[in-house]
Design a binder for this molecule. Sequence first.
Ligand SMILES: Nc1ncnc2c1ncn2[C@@H]1O[C@H](COP(=O)(O)OP(=O)(O)OP(=O)(O)O)[C@@H](O)[C@H]1O
Ligand SMILES: [Mg+2]
Length: 356
Amino acid sequence: TDRSEELTRVAQLTAALEGVPAALVVWDAEGREVLRNQAATAFAGGRHGDALVESAVRDQLRGALAGEPSARDLEVFGPPRRALVVAALPILEDDALVGAVAVVEDVSERRRLEAVRRDFVANISHELKTPVGALGLLAETLTSEEDPAVVRRLADRIVSEAFRVARTIDELLDLSRIEAEGEVRHEPVAVARVVGEAIQRVRPLAVSRSITLDVDVPRRHSVRGDRPQLVSAVANLLENACKYSDEGSLVQVRSRSDGTAVEIDVCDAGIGIPTRDLERVFERFYRVDRARSRETGGTGLGLAIVRHVAGNHGGEVQVRSQEGEGSVFTLRLPAGPGVVGLPAGSGTTGLPAQAG
Ligand SMILES: Nc1ncnc2c1ncn2[C@@H]1O[C@H](COP(=O)(O)OP(=O)(O)OP(=O)(O)O)[C@@H](O)[C@H]1O
Ligand SMILES: [Mg+2]
């Protein structure tokens, strides 16, 4: 019959509304509540913040019954702090007002992402503008310079600034690629191979600063993951260890395994990191001392890359450091199946930077 069909339809609609993640409240034309879904029950008769939401819902519904569709932002100071949008619409049937519906949507996460993106764009613009501005000035000076020694010096600086921009862009591309790869490969990879390839990348830097790289990575240690990403992570840790230590010092790479996880330590006896900065060094663009880091030519993206790689692999990265003593960064990753094939000659112990 029509009646039972209608009842089924109502039941289906009610069930559907229950499943909607947003909170929904429906009033009839007289302002009586006729429906409140699961998500909306939370703030009926709730604590302070919830009471605020409930009263905003009522205000909006009253407005909607007066024929005014509207939406307003509402900040609930929590905890947790939430940003909500409370919207209400009149419900019309053949042009007659039969009720109103209010929807409460939690937009906290969206707002947070918007803020992150704004910061990111502001930071990156600044990071690129500084060296590009320097390039412009240097080139301008160069055009009116006659002295060959000065010309030479200016040209050298142009080259190094250009490399700086290129490096920043490379790192950004790396980071966005690593962030975009939701699914990383989970192939067995020998730790010694990852470390060996990472060392290849930083060897020129280590040699130029007379730093000895000491490696103690047993052949049997393996992890599961994406080799290029892992190499990039370890290379970033090694690069920092070399950059933020005195010339001629020692940088060590060690690995440990308990069968479920492998820990790769990168230790230096360098300048260390003040305790108050330890939490923040993994943020994009964060550098402990801008002046000092500018001298060492960093962007502040290296550790953000490391943290992302660790996260992509279900692992983590930790740091212990003492100012003036040195730092130990530990990359913890799920262990692989044991011995994995190594290319000949890699994965040795006590490999000095000068060798090979
Ligand atoms: N081994 C370390 N010893 C001392 N300070 C470190 C070490 N590693 C990182 N830091 C500090 O943490 C900051 C962030 O490191 P990160 O690798 O993210 O950036 P960066 O080295 O400045 O630039 P990039 O790696 O992008 O070239 C560095 O600027 C530095 O101040
Ligand atoms: Mg770095």
